[in-house]
Design a protein around this ligand. Structure first.
Ligand code: ATP
Ligand code: MG
Length: 571
């Protein structure tokens, strides 16, 4: 796999790509006058950011040309599917900003039509009922070196096939006893064309059709028919379906379809340090390695939303990555860069101390409280300002103080003066420790002449630190996240490997005694903030309560993407 390195200046709205070129040419030539695409998720898991790429492409193309994109649930495999997934998928597509209008369908809506289609193929001598058990079907297909062997049932007369297929539907045979197979070519170099199975017998309760059916069509058969029924013009899917395209076309050419959508394949989105397979995501959820499908570490749209990622940022990523035929791996840092770009302009700034250490200002009057002006956004005066309380006792960040400073450390150290953001110059006079040597508080003095953060005598300080008033700052829980997987390339995980050993042990750090500005006590779930010098944070939509807020760190302020571009991956 190659690593994609689009530049930050890359276009933000979807630019031309080979799929859009095909669509435009079809409109120009008059092949189509209205574009109809579809997004066809199987409701067997929650949508992830890979699906977002497909959603942006399918809905985006339709939008661009005044067409329509259908949302179609590909629910042909009842065993793994569930209504919970159907609901979450609708929610997520809407959240991403797309609208299927009244065009929501289910492949199961077409079960009768698909069945009739199969009957017609049998009549035309293009399909037969095969009595080989599934393992035998698989074995006799051969492999890339060996041609397949014809099934002994391949030349059954159409009348017998019709009768058997009807009886398969009627439930006369046990699961797996028979299949309906396409009669194509057992020596085709394309394995998908070696008499593929079209229908199997499976007694499973379907979330929509209940027990009405005991035979279910295979995806490769149901998909082209569903596309044709809906009058799809361009059936856009990912590269692994390229080898299935001949079967897609065969199905539509040999059967009674009245339209023939064009299947076009593009490369999936892969992102470093995470995984996109629904099966593996389900494993993480089931084995409780994460807190649920919406765990903020997951690449699911629900996880990303809970983390504070915005639809704008995700759409921007999809636009920046573009649509190609080449498999590639996108740096997580690029996604984070999209998030940072979006949050920078929209998030109000606040102060929060994640690892507090107490400061006592000895020359500040005990009972005095001042309300100081703090700008909500340094670049956007329209966002206004707020008052933050200041008094004798504050909290500052543990990291903003060193008893013995390392070289080039400009923050608080004994005898040194720093600026308290929006407030005063502060000087460290004395460190108070407990009997074990742990720092209990920092005794400081302030310079009343420096209100607002400037010294009238032109005295300079080398750093500005954030703070909160000890008496006024509510306690908050803050969850810091890192990437989910230790390995950069998800492909590194061997099949069947225990996923728990692959997780980054530092993917979640919970800090429970953070102190935040008073305004944050009531932060609404989902609200987004920049904690000055710390990053962007989102009030957790599930666990945050008025008076006991919980924040997820969405992304740090560090621009790791610039580093990636200068060479090398961020650590
Ligand atoms: P998974 O492998 O995670 O189970 P899937 O492809 O089986 O995914 P579907 O529900 O069938 O999941 O996907 C719906 C649509 O989304 C399909 O058209 C599929 O090609 C597309 N899609 C899935 N994953 C990606 C991805 N990583 N990048 C782009 N498109 C994707
Ligand atoms: Mg699929």
């Amino acid at each position: 796999m190659t690593t994609s390195t689009p530049t930050p200046e890359a276009p933000r709205s979807p630019s031309a790509d080979f799929v859009r070129d095909i669509v435009e040419a079809d409109l120009k030539s008059g092949k189509h006058n209205k574009i109809v695409t579809r997004f066809p998720p199987e409701p067997n898991g929650y949508l992830h950011i890979g699906h977002a790429k497909s959603i942006c492409l399918n809905f985006g193309i339709a939008q661009q040309h005044g067409g329509v994109c259908h949302l179609r649930f590909d629910d042909t495999n009842p065993a793994a599917e569930d209504i919970e997934y159907v609901e979450s998928i609708q929610e997520d597509v809407k959240w991403l900003g797309f609208d299927w209008r009244d065009k929501m369908f289910y492949a199961s809506d077409y079960f009768e039509q698909i069945y009739e289609y199969a009957v017609e193929l049998i009549r035309r001598g293009q399909a037969y009922v095969c009595d080989l058990p599934l393992e035998e079907v698989r074995r006799t297909r051969g492999n890339f070196q060996t041609p397949g062997q014809a099934s002994p049932f391949r030349d059954r007369p159409a009348a017998e096939n019709l009768d058997l297929f009807r009886r398969m539907r009627a439930g006369e045979f046990p699961d797996g006893a028979k299949t309906l197979r396409a009669k194509i070519d057992m020596v085709s170099p394309n394995m998908n064309m070696r008499d593929p199975i079209l229908y199997r017998i499976k007694r499973a309760t379907h979330h929509r059709t209940g027990d009405r059916w005991c035979i279910y069509p295979m995806y490769d058969f149901a998909h082209p028919i569903s596309d044709a029924v809906e009058g799809i013009t361009h059936s856009i899917c990912t590269l692994e379906f390229e080898d299935h395209r001949p079967l897609y076309d065969w199905t539509l050419e040999q059967g009674p379809a009245t339209c023939h959508p064009q299947q076009i394949e593009f490369a999936r989105l892969n992102v470093t340090h995470t995984l996109m397979s629904k099966r593996k995501l389900l494993e993480l959820v089931k084995n409780k390695l994460v807190s649920g499908w919406d765990d903020p570490r997951l690449p699911t749209l629900q996880g990303l939303r809970r983390r504070g990622y915005t639809p704008e940022a995700i759409r921007d990523l999809c636009a920046r990555v573009g649509v190609t035929k080449f498999s590639s791996l996108t740096e997580l840092a690029l996604l984070e860069d999209c998030v940072r770009n979006d949050l920078n302009s929209r998030c109000p700034r606040v102060m929060a101390v994640l690892k507090p250490v107490k400061v006592v200002i000895e020359n500040y009057p005990e009972d005095q409280v001042e309300e100081l002006d703090a700008a909500n956004h340094p670049m956007d005066p329209a966002l206004g300002s707020r008052k933050v309380p200041f008094c004798r006792e504050l909290y500052i960040e543990e990291d903003d103080f060193r008893e013995v400073p390392p070289p080039k450390y400009y923050r608080l150290t004994p005898g040194r003066e720093v600026r308290l953001r929006y407030a005063y110059f502060l000087k460290l006079e004395r460190i108070v420790k407990d009997s074990s040597g742990k720092v209990v508080e920092l005794r400081c003095t302030y310079d009343p002449a420096t209100r607002g953060g400037d010294s009238p005598d032109g005295r300079k300080v080398k750093s500005t630190i954030h703070w909160v008033s000890a008496r006024h700052a509510p306690t908050a829980e803050v969850r810091l996240y890192e990437h989910l997987l230790s390995a950069a390339e998800p492909g590194d995980i061997p099949e069947g490997d225990d996923l728990s050993t692959q997780l980054n042990p530092k993917s979640l750090e919970t800090l429970s005694r953070c102190r935040v500005e008073p305004a944050l006590a009531e932060a609404a779930g989902g609200s987004l903030w920049q904690f000055e010098r710390q990053g962007y944070f989102c009030a957790d939509s599930k666990d945050s309560r008025p008076g006991a807020p919980v924040f997820n760190r969405t992304v740090t302020l560090r621009d790791t993407w610039t580093k990636v571009q200068k060479g090398g991956r961020p650590a």
